[in-house]
Design a binder for this molecule. Structure first.
Ligand SMILES: [Zn+2]
Length: 127
């Protein structure tokens, strides 16, 4: 897909809404271009992003959405090739670091699409 200003704006708004819905208090920084990945020191170790639709740099609260990938066909909607689903997928990694890819992961994405709300992610300062 083309990296158009209006697409970026839509994804950023979507990200803010979904973060509220699933209890992420601090919205991640979203990046969309290969040069942004390369320019951020936080991405060291995970820089060959061309074959991914999205990458979550969880410890750095940073998400790459590969919107220019030929596999991203649409902005909105469910399923492989939709930027919206890619964003939600990466937000699930950010919010629930213990859930691995699989049935539970997919169910969580489905529930989020269906509008389920979740409590705020517990902070690290709670000891
Ligand atoms: Zn994943």
């Amino acid at each position: 897909m083309k990296l158009k200003e209006e697409n970026i704006k839509w994804i950023q708004e979507q990200c803010a809404m979904r973060c509220e819905q699933i209890g992420i208090q601090e919205c991640p920084t979203l990046i969309f271009r290969r040069q942004d990945v390369l320019s951020k020191p936080q991405t060291v170790g995970r820089r060959n992003t061309s074959r991914y639709l999205g990458v979550c740099y969880r410890k750095h609260n940073l998400i790459f959405i590969n919107i220019k990938s030929k596999y991203i066909k649409r902005l909105k909607g469910k399923g492989f090739g939709c930027a919206e689903e890619t964003l939600i997928h990466e937000l699930v990694h950010l919010r629930w670091d213990y859930i691995q890819h699989g049935r539970m992961f997919q169910k969580r994405i489905k529930d989020i699409f269906n509008g389920k709300w979740y409590p705020v992610k517990p902070g690290l300062e709670l000891e």
